[in-house]
Design a protein around this ligand. Sequence first.
Ligand SMILES: Cc1cc2nc3c(=O)[nH]c(=O)nc-3n(C[C@H](O)[C@H](O)[C@H](O)COP(=O)(O)OP(=O)(O)OC[C@H]3O[C@@H](n4cnc5c(N)ncnc54)[C@H](O)[C@@H]3O)c2cc1C
Length: 417
Amino acid sequence: MGQRTAIVIGGGIGGLTAAVALDRRGWSVTVLERAAALEPVGAGIGLAPNAQRALDAIDAGDAVRAMAAWQAAGEIRLPGGRRLARTDNGAAVRRFGGPVVIAHRAALIGLLAARLPEGAIRTRAATELVDAGDPVQGGRPARVRIKGAEGGEPDEELTADLVVAADGIHSAVRRALFPGHPEPRYAGFTTWRFVAPAPAHPYTAHETWGPGSLWGTVPLHDGRVYAYAAAAVPPRGRAADGERAELLRRFGDWHHPVPSLLAAVDPAAILRNDVRSAAAPPPAFHRGRVALLGDAVHPMAPNLGQGGCQAIEDAVVLAHEAAPDADLGAALAAYTRQRMPRTMDVVRRSERIGRLTTWRSRPACALRAALMAASARLAPDLALRSLDGIADWRPPAATYASGARGTRTVELPEESE
Ligand SMILES: Cc1cc2nc3c(=O)[nH]c(=O)nc-3n(C[C@H](O)[C@H](O)[C@H](O)COP(=O)(O)OP(=O)(O)OC[C@H]3O[C@@H](n4cnc5c(N)ncnc54)[C@H](O)[C@@H]3O)c2cc1C
């Protein structure tokens, strides 16, 4: 039997982790990414111990930790600066056996891409599913179509034994497999993210909660700062005078370092995203020879910092089940069985915490602040408890070919978003 082939649609964190895991498992993998280059997103990403253990299973954990910062000890504050609680960077180690680390997204993408063989990633390859195929032994393969470039290039059709749909929250593959399944619903708030130089004056990492809004500042490994903000606003908004102006209106009078960061940030570097979360579990995470993975199947609010972590877990479990000589139908059914209940639980838990962001009334915000301050005194690890059963996850026994693969240097374009 020849080497089995896998096509991964989408070169985000989930798709690339799946590609690396399947490659190590002996599959011949092609990643098809519609963008002109792999995402040079200027933002950080928190990777909890569960995701790091999954990365360890594909021998990438040490490299990721080496280019990431431990989530710094920090403070929970109010916009005027009053401190409600301190957070301790050793608490996650004690509770989950390892720290939460913060990586630059572009560096993580580059690191994963470098673990794939030369030529495994094709960019400018907007792909659609033509036929999900039949997973029985000898059944028809899955078929995808890469749309020809606008200059009139013809479409190209490819077949594969397995298709991994990691095409993100607006997944066209999800829609094709499960027409009529409800689209992700708006979580009630929008987020902004950017990376900026460290402020001139010392600052402490913080997450600050205001009425219907929050702001977080965390240091990155290279000394720069990753800042994120959220506000309860209607979806699909865009500020006519730019997102920096919008952030200044909403957060310009918050405590240090928020105004300094807003003064220093390149307005073009600010990302704005509405937060959407899965409205209902799909019938399955697979159909035919296609597996759905990451935001394509379980988009979630970012409040637990788990969307990417769960995509990484998906990838490693999928590759574990899909041994090259496995019965693919049984492997995909096992993938759905393991991943659907777990990820849907994380979706719901993230949604619950996300709702706290949208509290706006004075009494509700005062109550929230009092509870945060009291819990910091009485149960200092309370915030971490929201990750119980999530961050302590362990991957299935390592069954990957180990160590044999090298890495390449992958040049990413300058951050453009
Ligand atoms: C403000 C914010 C903060 C967050 N913080 C964290 C955090 O700290 N930790 C964490 O774990 N998660 C976090 N997340 C969630 C995390 O960003 C996502 O869950 C994760 O990026 C999903 O990865 P993915 O690979 O599934 O999808 P994506 O990253 O969306 O990748 C999908 C890829 O598919 C490509 N694509 C789409 N359609 C096609 C097509 N037809 N053909 C070819 N390619 C296609 C896209 O171009 C894209 O590259 C956060 C999210 C937000 C909004």
